[in-house]
Design a protein around this ligand. Sequence first.
Ligand code: ATP
Ligand code: MG
Length: 305
Amino acid sequence: MLRWQYSNWWRRTLKRAFAYNLFYKITMDKLIEVKNVTFMYDEENEPGIKALDNINLEIYKGEFLGIAGRNGSGKSTLAKLLNGLHLPNRGDVFVMGQNTKDENKLLDIRKTVGMVFQNPDNQMVATIVEEDVAFGPENLGLPREKLRQLVDESLKAVGMEKFKDKKPHKLSGGQKQRVAIAGVLAMHPDLIVLDEATAMLDPSGRKEVLATVKRLNQEGVSIVMITHYMEELTEANRIIVIDEGKCVLEGPPCEVFRKQELLEQMRLGVPEIVEISNALRREGVKLSNNILTMDELVDELCRLA
Ligand SMILES: Nc1ncnc2c1ncn2[C@@H]1O[C@H](COP(=O)(O)OP(=O)(O)OP(=O)(O)O)[C@@H](O)[C@H]1O
Ligand SMILES: [Mg+2]
């Protein structure tokens, strides 16, 4: 029994160490660079609204990056800067080395960085699921057979292949979001940005979308997950917290979640298990620093006992 507890503890520690190692490895291959970016709304009416204030950020190939922040902190503005939907007032955004201000590169940039938004209904453009998924690549003028292949592959990747003939409005929220992700996947993006894509879903829809996102990331698609729900970010390689248009925290989930008080000041919580672990640490229980799940907490308590 004791040996089992220790081997589990070692497995978890090694797994986390590997995740951090992966984090450092992926820093080799830069996908996006946000350099000294300031973004203003309503600039023509002095003083304007400064949504982002001198942001610097890099996103790496294969990475699962979480972005969190309270309402109005600038998350969606940042998301829209990543594929040229917004252009910086000051500074630059480079996607695979291309400046988003370069109009000639905008199509390539939009193919590289796909976006999934909050409201699944606003993202459906066709009356049949497969037509909806085909919409993006169809506009690129691809031949029929290639289009068929792309649509089938993308629907399969999100587990929605059986629904290809269905009407989108007959699907659940989670299923609609998976179709929206398939539509983005059909463009073969390197990065998918999900801007509160689970916010309007019930718990099972949220689970479906999270499982899909996790699988896609394991298959090599980079992910930027913007959310209020910190428990959605336990799988992230790295989390960035923004507040009032500035990056205020950055690090692997375990490290960011340890700053519970600061997160609470910004009206962000931490996952329940982390909250319990932090409380136990405050009581003097010597838990390790990398507990994110119930299994890990139980293993750790058994180890200490
Ligand atoms: N179209 C707009 N016109 C003017 N101001 C805007 C516009 N969109 C956003 N803002 C302002 O810019 C700031 C950042 O907004 P943004 O939508 O990026 O925040 P957010 O973190 O995504 O918020 P939420 O959690 O509510 O989605 C806020 O002060 C907001 O009021
Ligand atoms: Mg937003």
